[in-house]
Design a protein around this ligand. Sequence first.
Ligand code: C2E
Ligand code: CA
Ligand code: CA
Ligand code: CA
Length: 278
Amino acid sequence: HAKQKSNHYLFFNDSMNEQAVKRLQIENLMRFGLKEDHFVVYYQPKMDIISGALVGMEALVRFITPKKGIIPPNVFIPIAEETGQIIEIGEVVLDKACQDVKSWIDAGLFEGRVAVNLSAKQFSLPDLTTRIDVILQKNQLPSYFLELEITEGTVMDDPQEAIAIMRSLSARGIHLAMDDFGTGYSSLAYLKQFPLNTLKVDKAFIDDMHNERGRNMVDSIVTIAHNLDLHVVAEGVEREEQLAFLKSLNCQTIQGYYYSKPLSYEEFTVFLKQQKRK
Ligand code: C2E
Ligand code: CA
Ligand code: CA
Ligand code: CA
């Protein structure tokens, strides 16, 4: 009995275990949240740098709990990746994104692509393409309207296998974007073999454009992308100077607070209506 007591004491005083308790709490909140529909999708516009017109949007998940408020993605996504809950969360996001975009298309407000993040766990599901087909069909959304954002880590795990999966997605007319390019373990040798449409320059590089080396870095990334015939999206653009420099590099598309933060379905609908009036 005494032994049990000391274990108990250790458990609640060890900071590593405190972390484990917090993770377990979030895991439970996510399980409950999946049942109770606490995962909501926000949309951030992607804008054409020259015309200022909307070209697409990225779907970003928001976890809104009644008791703990909003839990940010950088807190729950890594845990969901570990527990595998990201598979179910990812499908909820894809389903909602398809449904929302379908409604904007039907209302005559939009005709581009919605970009949805695909986690490594989802990417390596043996029936990934079937799952995506089912969700597209359920929402009566042609695959032409979908883009998937995949990170370097996801594809560099097993590049040959990744190429095969990407080809089967691409063959359906789904566009593929490499997300957070340059932040992880990337291989230029593979970059040209992946059937990508778009390369997203990570916010970390955009943040670093206040000095010359940082600007040269972005210049180099954009040049590589253009040489590989990839469309470039600059992410996390907040300031006029960043926009001006990106324009000088012929970087076509901008996503960032400069234009808009991620918006709820209702807010994005208003945004689309304002865009139409322009
Ligand atoms: P990400 O895919 O790189 O998404 C871009 C993040 O940058 C978003 O953060 C967005 O709100 C933020 N951002 C965009 N422009 C600006 C800006 O100008 N300034 C600042 N400070 N931030 C900006 P968010 O929504 O918090 O998401 C964080 C990450 O969580 C995402 O990074 C992505 O890796 C992951 N994530 C979000 N939604 C999903 C999802 O549905 N599935 C998966 N697998 N991951 C997701
Ligand atoms: Ca993304
Ligand atoms: Ca990104
Ligand atoms: Ca990022």
